[in-house]
Write a protein that binds this ligand. Sequence first.
Ligand SMILES: [Zn+2]
Length: 133
Amino acid sequence: MIVFDLQCRDECGAFEAWFGSNAEYEEQHSAGLVQCPVCQSTDVRKAPMAPSVPKKSGDGAIAKLAALQGELLKNSRWVGDEFTETARAMHLGEIEQQQVHGNATLEQAKSLAEDGVPVAPLPLPVTPPSQVN
Ligand SMILES: [Zn+2]
């Protein structure tokens, strides 16, 4: 399903309509089946797409998750590709315990879990500090 913002004349304003696809919309529109809910006119067109960014920062589940993750990683050190070795070394007591995060392949994460090393996937991908401008 796809939702379009459609627009009649200015007096009617914009309204939303659901279609199976863009092609279905085009088909129904050219067949005169897409009507303005206010004046029943079929002279409607697609409204300019509203930008899909949240109106306020801090809105939405992703933003909440990002904030939560930021809190989680505040005291965590980025170790990048060294993650697997670092986590294993800490687990074996070879280096000091601390919270770290970094890259691990699914295979690496699996082998860590099998060895009893506590690892958890992060809810969101992390931008490595070296890539942050
Ligand atoms: Zn209308």
